[in-house]
Write a protein that binds this ligand. Sequence first.
Ligand SMILES: [Cu+2]
Length: 343
Amino acid sequence: MKFSLVAAVLNIAAVQAVAIPAEAAESIDNAGPSGPVQINVPKMMTPKYRPTAKRAIIRYPAFTLQAKGKAKSAMSMDPNGQSGTFRIGAGMCSKCTLLSAHYRLVSPEGNEVGPTDGVYIHHMTSHLSPKTSENPISGGIPSIGAGAYFIDRGEDSGQSDTVFTSADGRFESGYQITGTPSVSVSYDFVNYKDTPRQLHLELEYEWLDGIVGKDAGHTLKTVAGNPKLMGKSVSTPMRVSKDTTIMWARGHLHQGGVSMTVKVNGAVKCVSNATYDTAGVITSMSLCPKAIDLKKGDSMTIESDYDTNKHKLREASDGHGGSAHGKLGGSDVMGMVAMSYTS
Ligand SMILES: [Cu+2]
């Protein structure tokens, strides 16, 4: 149960709809990105990866994040955490190719909430159906029930997308959806404040109508067990079952982490580095700089590097100023890499 995640959010600077589908036209307004967004109705945005793409925000119905200490979720990885599942997907395209997607939490006024508001996203992971996606790299989060692994989100992914093409949008691939999608999102949140909060989950995503290019899948890999708090921890070797390209990848760490490294047959292919803010919170992880081509039979490993002298662990939500520990004991740390691959 130590799977968490990554994924992200982006500052939406402009709200000019490029091509407004008829069914979404009523959701367009001039209030700007923090203005009214209707529940389950896409609000069109300016595309980021391809000029011919469409991009939208869809807000889902409100839920209550219980006051600190009031959520008793047995499955939470934080002693004060609240975990559960959202079922979303209303308003999404149904025969289309996704270029990017990310989740964020917002207040009813539409403002994103995060650590400075006392809300910590331990993680969100999600699966989408109908979709089959054979993961060519062994290991990772297995698909629970129907569907394929979709995207994830952790605090460290900051304001960025999970991408199913290359970061510049040029690689001819995307997360293809062939039927009306249903997405199940497993979440684990922590409220550091004594008051309950009404929050909404928002999905912002970019897509092309129809099926375009190579199909992409997404997966999340982890080092073996809990990463060491100082120095390096490595995954078990992951065997590649068929030729594939990882066109986009990003590390996932918790506070205390420095970097995640991807190696193929022992050679370093990518180092994803953490960026911290002055409060000691990871605000972003760098992306792998270029596509990684894998051949059948290759062996991939990932490696975390932590330095808890340099970066202190996340503070526990019990107000004692100590570091956060998981329910199963041990410090609340992770070492993972999220990757999009051609299937
Ligand atoms: Cu995590």
